[in-house]
Design a protein around this ligand. Structure first.
Ligand code: ZN
Length: 314
């Protein structure tokens, strides 16, 4: 074998194992009840192998295997998140939110369906038009006067829908595909906008919020670089859609992204790690505990009397 091919193959293997081990470490940090030793095909009550007794013990001590609802967008990040959680034996189901953004939503749904079929997981589709009587495009049109950013508005709706649907489906956790680059951008944007504390609740698992109506969110790719996620998705032939929503107005995030892209991997990691350090130091202060209220209009958990989603729908 030529040296070059050898080196290339070796680096491929390294990229694979680094993404997988990084995600494993993150899940350990999150302290998800690990399904160690649980074969993916394991059905409770069937004693077919020697592994079963230990599996039984596992289930007994942990009560049950947590159900994780993965928010699937059709993009590489959420696809890799679902792929790895399934690979590691977690009990996952997928949720696709059909925002009704014409052809784009249909194309994304196609990729999500293919992914769920390949992984053999259940897919739930939330049809925004059917459930809310409005598509995302209708919402944008309606609030044009408010001069809000399309992506920010969409994000508010997605979070609201995710939490409500996860509760309805009795999921214990919500998993999203945010990667290290996304997080570094968000941290910097929060600093630049003068609200660094907004980053405190966004670690690999949501912190500071515990409420019976709030489903915790986890980010298994929190410590994985975007480029590595993409390489991994391509190597593993995971179905995903490339390209962005044509309505995205990410001008500010785009600028921050361009800046973050000029940084070394070490610097990107430092942004996150240093934020975590501040968070740990500041943990004891009660100020950081987010007081949860319930929205007067929809009853969903909210920081204010009326949640952001209902505020936008007004
Ligand atoms: Zn509300």
């Amino acid at each position: 074998m030529e040296l070059e091919t050898q080196v290339r193959q070796k680096s491929k293997i390294l990229a694979n194992s680094s993404v997988e081990s990084q995600v494993k470490q993150t899940l350990k940090k999150i302290k998800l009840s690990t399904p160690k030793g649980v074969p993916p095909h394991f059905v409770p009550g069937t004693r077919t192998s020697n592994e079963v007794p230990s599996v039984r013990r596992d289930i007994n001590t942990k009560g049950k295997k947590e159900k994780i609802l993965v928010a699937l967008s059709g993009g590489k990040d959420s696809a890799v998140t679902a792929f790895l959680l399934k690979k590691f034996g977690y009990n996952i189901e997928g949720l696709y939110i059909d925002l009704g953004i014409s052809e784009y939503s249909k194309k994304c749904l196609g990729a999500v369906k293919k992914l769920c079929e390949e992984l053999g997981i259940k897919l739930h589709v939330y049809d925004m038009k059917k459930e809310q009587g409005k598509t995302m495009q209708d919402v944008w049109k309606k609030i044009k006067k408010k001069r809000l950013n399309n992506c920010a508005v969409c994000g508010v709706f997605k979070k609201w829908i995710l939490n409500k649907t996860a509760r309805k489906l009795k999921a214990d956790k919500i998993a999203t595909g945010h990667n290290l680059d996304d997080q570094a951008q968000t941290c910097l944007m929060n600093v630049l906008k003068g609200s660094p504390k907004m980053s405190f609740s966004s670690g690999p698992v949501t912190k500071n919020i515990s409420d019976k109506k709030f489903v915790p969110r986890i980010k298994p790719l929190f410590y994985v670089f975007e480029e590595d996620v993409k390489k991994y998705a391509i190597q593993k032939k995971i179905p995903f859609i490339e390209g962005k929503c044509k309505y995205s107005q990410e001008s500010y995030r785009g600028e921050v992204r361009d800046f973050v892209n000029t940084l070394s991997e070490k610097d990107k990691k430092n942004i996150l790690n240093n934020f975590e350090k501040i968070f740990v130091k500041d943990k004891k202060s009660e100020e950081n505990k987010i007081k949860i209220k319930y929205c007067k209009i929809c009853g969903e958990p909210s920081r204010k009397n009326v949640c952001k989603k209902c505020e936008l729908m007004k």
